[in-house]
Ligand binder design. Structure first.
Ligand SMILES: [Zn+2]
Length: 306
């Protein structure tokens, strides 16, 4: 019997899962330990080995291969990690180190790709568009990321990693000319315009008041806060523009919107309406915009599916 082993490597926790089948109901075991990232790269590797030993000891199972969801990207040219906010991983040959330490083949993909793969294979997409060809998964939360999933000729969905390992990296497309500066060195990236923190900053700059995204949404609904309306309008307009790029290039069957901002109901109605102005085929947009089903589990399930 084939089992699916997945590890979600986060900045604070490392989570491991074994699935007996690609289904959220097929969890054999699930376990988390602290990453303790401040202790450095070798310690993070040791923590991963420790977690896998625990999974083996408790189930008596052994992996044939293991998939990893990582906070950044594996660069296939240099064979090292890049763009990780757990910075101890950057520049390190994590994939080879893990394969050597664990004695099995490993696959790695960033967390947005794992999210897209999990939702496409065992989340909301099979419920709504079972015969999809292409899915774009978006995470709009603290950061903004994305992943492309394509159904292979064998019928099995896979992640499009791309030549440089940045396939689907939608968060750093430039959305607002001369917009807020980004840590990536550019200005006005998607992440600096439509992420939760970016919208909160925008609200604060105009109103002088610090509010959470939820508070801003509530105040918008009440209709009494002009700055909240401006902020929500900024979100919808730029969301429409950002999404039109995805549709013009991939024209996917479905776009799954994850992350805290992805929860905003208006994106699915007014946000899509705004995209019409920018999409090449402007008459109507038949793309399905879907709320994810797997919640926080998408990362670790997607890793297992790699
Ligand atoms: Zn950027």
């Amino acid at each position: 019997m084939q089992n699916y082993w997945g590890i979600d490597l986060g900045g604070t926790k490392i989570e491991g899962v074994i699935l007996s089948a690609p289904s959220p109901d097929a969890v054999i075991i699930r376990k988390r330990i602290d990453t303790e990232a401040h202790k450095g790269y070798d310690h993070i590797m040791a923590q991963i080995v420790r977690l896998i030993n625990m999974l083996q000891a408790e189930t008596g199972l052994k992996p044939d291969r293991i998939g990893f969801a990582t906070p950044g990207t594996f660069d296939p040219t240099r064979q090292t990690m890049k763009n990780c906010n757990t910075t101890a991983l950057n520049g390190r040959p994590m994939k080879q180190d893990l394969a050597r330490l664990l004695g099995v083949p490993v696959a790695v993909a960033n967390d947005a790709n794992c999210f897209a793969l999990a939702e496409s294979t065992m989340g909301i997409v099979p419920d709504v568009v079972p015969n999809f060809q292409t899915v774009f998964g978006v995470i709009m939360g603290t950061g903004v990321g994305g992943g492309v999933v394509i159904r292979g000729r064998d019928g099995v969905p896979f992640v499009l990693n791309g030549l440089q390992g940045i396939g689907g990296e939608w968060g750093h497309n430039i959305l607002e000319e001369n917009g807020p500066p980004c840590y990536c060195g550019k200005r006005g990236c998607n992440e600096q315009v439509i992420s939760g923190p970016a919208l909160q900053r925008y609200y604060q700059q105009i109103s002088g008041e610090e509010r959470t995204m939820q508070e801003i949404m509530d105040r918008y609904q009440e209709g009494s806060d002009l700055v909240a309306s401006q902020t929500v309008n900024r979100l919808l307009e730029y969301f429409g523009r950002a999404v039109s790029v995805i549709i013009n290039i991939l024209d996917p069957d479905a776009i799954v919107l994850g992350g805290g901002v992805g929860n905003v109901d208006l994106l699915y109605t007014e946000g899509v309406e705004r995209a019409k102005k920018y999409v090449f085929n402007s008459r109507e947009i038949n793309t399905r915009f879907l709320k994810p089903k797997l919640g926080d589990s998408a990362g670790v399930f997607g890793a297992a599916l790699l």
